[in-house]
Every structure is written in C-alpha cells, then in structure tokens.
Design a protein around this ligand. Structure first.
Ligand code: ADP
Ligand code: MG
Length: 504
C-alpha cells in the first residue's frame, strides 16, 4: 500500500535500516551547512543568544509568559538555589478572545500586559522581588525569530495552523495562518482559511487583516504594553518553546544536551560549541557555548522516505514545499496521512464497499489522537477501531479483517514518523560527537522531549526510543537517555530570565 516507500517497522530489513542512518547523516550534514552561513541550508540553525543554561544556582522570583496560538500562560517561579530548587510555582492560563486575533497588535499586547499585571497583583507572602529590583520575565514565543540579542528579535515568519472542530453534524475546520511579510513591506498579513465542509463540498475563504507593522519587535511591543499597564517588568529573555524545554531539562539534569518537541508541530534545539558556528561573528561567549534553535521541522533530504501521500498532503497544504520533516513526523499530520491512504484504498480498491464514505474525503477529519486510540486498541474485536470509524468517518459496519488492516496502517505511519524522529536525534548526537564511546569514557547525553505526541502516543515514543538504541548500538546507548521533560518550557523561560538577569 505504500508502493516503494520505506516505512521501517517490524518487517524492516537491512535496506530499510540504512535509510534511517542516511537520514541521520543528512541531518548532520545540513546542521553543518546551516551553521556555516545564513541560508546555507533548509535548517535555519538560528542563534538563540542563550549562552548560559540554568545551573541550579538561580535564586529569586521570576516570571514567564508563554504565548501560543489561541491562549497564553503566565507563570511565576520562586527559585531557591541548589538547596531550595523550585520553591514555588504558580501559573494561570488565559485564552485570547478571537476579536483580538484580528484587531491591532496594541490591543493584543495590552490584553496580555493587563493579564500579566493582574497576575503580578496576586503575589502572595514570600513571593516578592527584593525592594528596588525590577521584575524579570522570560518570554516564550514559539515561532521562528531571528534574534538580535537574548531579549530582542525579528519574526521571520509566523505560520500556525489551528483546527477547530465543531460538534454536531457538520464539520468545520478553521485554519488560521499568520504570515509576516518581508521587512520591505510594512504590514503583517493574517490569512483566514475557512474550510466549510459538509461532506459534499468545501471552499476556502481568504481574508487579509493587518494587525502589526513589521519593524516593531515583539519584545518592544510587549514592553510598551507593560508600561501602559503600569507594570514595571523587564523582558530578560526571548526564547521559543524548544529552548525553554532545553533550559527546563538542563535545570533538572545537567547532562541534557538537546531538546525535541513533538506536538502539533516539531522542532529541536541543542547546545553547540560557539567556535563551531562559522556564521557567528560576535564575541565568543564566556561559557564557550551557544544554544541553537534548529527549526528542524523544515529539514528535507532526498533520503526521506516520502510517498505519493506525503507529496499530495504537501501540495495541498497551506505551506507547500515547507516543513517537510514536520509533515511526516508531527501530530498535526500523522492522522491526516492515514486518512489519505484510507481514502485511496476506498477509491481504488473499494475497501469500504462500492461507495467511498463521504467523510473520508474531509481533510484533517482523522486526528492523530484518534489514530493513536485505534493503534492502541487491544480488544479482541478491535472495538475502539470500529467505534472511531463509525463516529468520525460514519462508516457503520466494519469487519474485523478491515479493522486489522487499519491498525497496521496506523502502525506503518506512526513507525515511520517515530523512526525518522529517532534518526533526527541521532543526527544531533553525531554532530556533537556523542554517537561513539571515546576511550571507554562514559559521557552521558540526555535528550529532553516534550509535546503531546511524544507524551501520549505510547507506541510512537516507544518506537522512537528503541530506534535510537538500535541505531547507536548497545554500548553507546547505555550513555544516552531520552527523557520526557513534561512542560519544561514554561519554567524554562523563567529559568532563562534568571540566568540572563540584569542583576547577575
Ligand atoms: P502544541 O504542539 O500545539 O503546543 P502539545 O504539545 O500539547 O501542543 O501537543 C498537542 C498535539 O499532540 C496534538 O495536536 C496531537 O497531534 C498530539 N496528541 C495529543 N494527544 C495525543 C494522543 N493521545 N495521541 C496521539 N497524539 C496526541
Ligand atoms: Mg507546545
């Protein structure tokens, strides 16, 4: 069913294993290229200006703001140094009213700053900054930013697909794409793609709304809004979620060398030796290290085992030709790949009988959590698979044989994603020279993992871990750990505010 593709998994022969080794090597090569020059690779290898990761010595009260697509979180952490560690942690989640997503950026930042000010006002006993000291904030902003310092940077592009599902008979996915135009233009463009689909037809409505002038950097905007809200707070660090996860991971384990996010999207960050970054022309940081935001979702290579389904998905996506690696491994797409294969099986092999179930034609109707539920079905009659097919795709009567085929399909797609993710991790370890044992030296390397896909899709995470082991071999694997760093990114940003504090 996958033609000549190489999906890995149980039946994986030597030839298939080689593919993942080639992908790992290609990742290493692209990492070198992206570090050599700006635009030298599909991998942007962005310099984060984070040259100090948390050590555990951090002390005091710090804030973090995590701005996602439809909501944001404000976090307050009291750090007690090596003894006290995280003494106290509080957070609040705030959703962004839809009208602010289309209003002016001032309105959006004012809303955020006011929420932050309200949160600051709830500081309890013992949760205060020393008199005369400004509060400091780590700002997590999970879109690609070309930084100009630890606390400033310009947005390169802001693309995020959001899918809403409405209950009831009709299905309405709504995808918002935020696109920042090039600096030569002066406006931020927001595209609305509204796909209304009742199973018979679909159409796309596109509207362009301007909410932000390019040239205003995000930190500047937030700082001005905080001033307007009467809040005396300084943005000490601007980071993305991957770097936040790396910082949070490093705080709890000093052997953490890289972080990978596998959620709706995917990305990786790691600690590079500053002298190994040819495109860096600034002073070498005292630590000798620099965190690199790989933006690895955009990785692509001729070695990637792509199929006709991947090609079609890419062509019909909102960002054709981009984020190819993300489109085969991340949570936004795995369920959609399964749907596409099923759709072709229905059309060309009458898998579901004489007619193609209309719901099966709706893009993104099969979500990765549903795919995962089917994949993990252990009942003898695969009743979860049956129920999902009935509830989501409105396919009422499926035989056990059909259900088994569908479980295999989920396995193929998830296994390929997990093995490719593992190959990416091995590529990073190779770049760091940590894929071998040197002179019997037991140098530990820990990769911090976060994201809903890795956390909840157990067969995916298990396969990813076993593939890393398999690729590196017994001896090296003993020194490598993949660790779930659950929600380290929020506290990570606060930790980075601490390690880049103006009072150090
Ligand atoms: P985000 O990446 O949007 O910041 P998360 O890290 O929470 O958010 O990841 C959410 C994604 O994780 C979902 O889009 C989905 O693809 C995936 N996911 C969540 N739950 C499950 C599950 N039970 N099984 C498989 N994938 C899941
Ligand atoms: Mg996330």
């Amino acid at each position: 069913m996958c033609g000549s593709c190489v999906c890995g998994g149980g039946a994986g022969g030597a030839a298939q294993d080689e593919v993942f080794g080639e992908v790992a090597d290609a990742m290493t090569v692209e990492m070198h290229a992206g570090l050599a020059s700006e635009g030298g690779s599909k991998l942007k290898m962005l310099i984060s200006y984070v040259d100090n990761l948390p050590t555990g010595d951090e002390k005091g009260l710090y804030y973090a703001l995590d701005l996602g697509g439809t909501n944001f979180r404000v976090i307050r952490v009291l750090l007690g140094g090596q003894e006290g560690r995280v003494v106290k942690q509080e957070f609040e989640e705030v959703s962004i009213p839809p009208h602010l997503m289309t209003g002016s950026s001032d309105d959006l930042f004012d809303y955020i700053a006011e929420a932050l000010a309200k949160f600051v006002a709830t500081e309890g006993e013992g949760l205060h900054v020393s008199p005369g000291r400004q509060r400091e904030l780590g700002f997590t902003f999970s879109f690609p930013v070309r930084q100009t310092s630890i606390s400033s940077g310009n947005l390169i592009k802001w693309t995020k697909g959001l899918l809403y599902r409405r209950c009831g008979k009709s299905y309405l996915p709504l995808t918002l794409t935020f696109c920042f135009l090039m600096p030569s233009q002066s406006l931020l463009e927001v595209n609305f793609f509204i796909l209304i689909d009742n199973g018979l037809y679909s159409f796309v409505v596109k509207a362009v709304i301007c909410i932000m002038r390019v040239g205003q950097d995000v930190v500047g905007e937030l700082t001005k809004a905080m001033e307007r809200a009467g809040l005396d707070m300084r943005v000490a660090a601007l980071v993305n979620d991957t770097i936040g996860t790396l910082a949070g991971g490093r705080y709890s384990n000093q052997d953490v060398v890289a972080a990978v996010i596998l959620g709706t999207g995917t990305n990786a960050a790691y600690v590079e030796r500053a002298h190994a970054i040819p495109k860096w022309h600034g002073l070498l940081p005292k630590s000798g290290e620099m965190v690199i935001n790989m933006e690895w979702g955009n990785f692509r290579s001729s070695h990637l085992p792509l199929t006709e389904y991947d090609q079609a998905l890419d062509v019909e996506s909102l960002n054709p030709g981009e984020q190819i690696f993300e489109k085969v491994i991340s949570g936004m797409y795995l369920g959609e790949i399964v749907r596409r294969v099923l759709c072709q099986m229905a059309e060309e092999a009458a898998f579901f009988g004489d007619t193609v179930p209309p719901k099966l034609k709706i893009p993104f109707i099969l979500r990765t959590p549903d795919m995962s539920a089917m994949h993990h079905d252990t009942s003898s009659d695969l009743r979860v698979v049956g129920k999902k097919l009935k509830d989501i795709l409105e396919i009422p009567n499926t035989s056990l044989k059909m259900r088994k085929v569908i479980v295999s399909l989920c396995d193929i797609v998830a296994t390929r994603g997990a093995r490719l993710s593992a190959a990416g991790v091995v590529g990073i370890l190779k770049k760091l020279g940590r894929d071998t044992v040197k002179d019997g030296e037991k140098q530990k390397s820990v990769i911090a993992l976060d994201g809903g896909l890795y956390e909840h899709y157990m067969k995916f995470s298990a396969c990813m871990k076993s593939t890393v082991k398999e690729m590196l071999g017994e001896e090296v694997s003993e020194n490598i750990t993949i660790e779930l760093s659950n929600d380290g990114s929020g506290i990570g940003a606060a930790l980075l505010a601490a390690s880049h504090s103006q009072y150090l």
